[in-house]
Ligand binder design. Structure first.
Ligand code: SAM
Length: 430
């Protein structure tokens, strides 16, 4: 049982939740140490994505039908319980397999019986949902933190929010950027097709390809030899709207995807990164796609940038509450709280101020985040206009919807653009 999909998923999930790490990172670590089960890596990932998109429904079953208070369990037990309930409720599993899983669970101190899983299997979801009211009910149904649902209702209205929540729980395309000085999009499309991927050219950007089922992409030879990089469409948009043609500094650069994209156009770029441990993997990516020679990386704190006021443009893509990633990285749902928004907003303003401080007249700053909160987006832009004297300028291409009260800023949403939720604006010192 130790090496079954359900138990591996529970082990990974428990580390993800306890340490608040990304699923991708924990999986990377797990499968490096357990190479004998590498073959089921893709299945475990799909299993975890499915489970996380249902985690509140699973918890509701445990609490209402089995009388198990999920929050009082240890983190491995909680993850194992979720894994077993997901298996019983949403997958067509064989009885023998489930029985061994239950035995394993009981050995690990989880009091769950065959009768319990049968009860969960046979009780319709609406029966359990009936015990919740209003916003809480929507939050359980879509497995989102209640405050996120409340926030979205206020910001976007109910109609739009429901579309957004549905999109968060649906598979979106995986986007890859073609390294155009190594191959063409057409050639890569053919190779991907030969390898069995359902790939399509993006309609907005001619170096972008969408893949309908992206599992295993990172393991094909074309990825290893740097013909493409897995990069969100929203992130690629930043490269286009920057319009940068000469030296620029990326203030918050790891893993370096936007930095490399823009540097391909400018011929040179500098990346600042505060976290020393993020730099080696960034160097590996840049090396792999052939951008290492045109990029300098500086391990520094951009709140006090080692720059004099100068003639470079700036990219600022700071850490954020990541609400736009609730679909692709559903693990965030386990720990995200409203104070992430306020804490990030403060940090973002400090970085906006330091960036503006070194920006010369006529130079511009691109500001982007992967969240849809107004505090981290339009409110920060309005603040930068009022307090720092920057001006929001029109950009090309404009593929998103207009920022809330900030005309030239653009927002992207999974239910409209099939990307992560995203915000980007260009601010210039006039
Ligand atoms: C959202 S990520 C950037 C993603 C990157 N632009 C890309 O597209 O690949 C933000 C990065 O900024 C770094 N960071 C946060 N605060 C920073 C600071 N004060 N100075 C420099 N880097 C910082 C984080 O460690 C993180 O790697």
């Amino acid at each position: 049982m130790e090496k079954s999909i359900e138990v591996i998923a529970a082990k990974i999930l428990s580390v993800v939740e306890k340490k608040r790490l990304s699923m991708r990172l924990v999986m990377e670590h797990y499968f490096r140490k357990n190479q004998d089960v590498e073959i089921i890596r893709g299945v475990v990932r799909a299993y975890l994505l499915g489970l996380l998109r249902k985690y509140r429904i699973l918890d509701a079953f445990a609490e209402n039908l089995l009388d198990i208070q999920v929050s009082t369990l240890g983190s491995f037990q909680r993850s194992l319980l979720r894994s077993i309930l997901y298996e019983s409720k949403f997958r067509d599993v064989k009885r023998r397999r489930l029985e061994s899983l239950l035995k394993f669970a009981r050995k690990n101190g989880l009091k769950i019986t065959w009768q319990d899983v049968v009860l969960v299997k046979n009780t319709p979801i609406r029966e359990v949902l009936r015990r919740y009211q209003g916003v809480e009910r929507v939050a359980v149904e879509y497995s989102l933190p209640t405050w996120v649902v409340e926030y979205s209702f206020k910001l976007l209205g109910k109609r739009e929010s429901f579309k957004l929540f549905k999109a968060f729980n649906k598979r979106q395309p995986t986007w890859i950027r073609v390294i155009t000085n190594r191959t063409t999009r057409e050639k890569l499309l053919k190779v991907l097709e030969r390898r069995g991927f359902e790939a399509f050219p993006d309609k907005d950007f001619d170096d972008l390809i969408g893949i309908r089922r992206g599992e295993g992409l990172a393991r094909i030879p074309e990825h290893k030899s740097g013909l493409f990089v897995i990069q969100e469409k929203a992130s690629v948009l930043v490269g286009y709207v920057s319009g940068f043609r000469e030296i620029f500094v990326d203030f918050t650069s790891s893993p370096g995807l936007k930095l490399s994209h823009i540097s391909e156009r400018t011929g040179y770029g500098i990346g600042f990164e505060i976290k020393h441990r993020r730099i080696p993997s960034m160097k590996n990516i840049l090396e792999r796609i052939g951008s290492r020679d045109i990029i300098d990386i500086v391990n520094t704190d951009s709140r006090v940038p080692p720059l004099r006021r100068g003639s470079s443009n700036i990219l600022l893509d700071p850490d954020c509450s990541s609400l736009g990633r609730l679909g692709v990285s559903p693990e965030i749902r386990l720990w995200i709280t409203p104070d992430y928004v306020s804490r990030h907003r403060e940090e973002q303003r400090i970085l906006l101020k330091s960036a503006s401080g070194v920006l010369e007249k006529g130079r511009c700053l691109i500001y982007s985040t992967c969240t849809f909160t107004i505090e981290e987006n339009e409110e920060n832009i309005n603040w930068a206009v009022e307090e720092l004297g920057l001006e929001v300028v029109e950009v090309e291409p404009f593929i998103g919807v207009e920022g809330i009260g900030v005309p030239f800023a653009q927002r992207l949403y999974p239910h409209i653009h099939h990307t992560i939720g995203f915000f980007v604006a260009k601010l210039c010192k006039i």
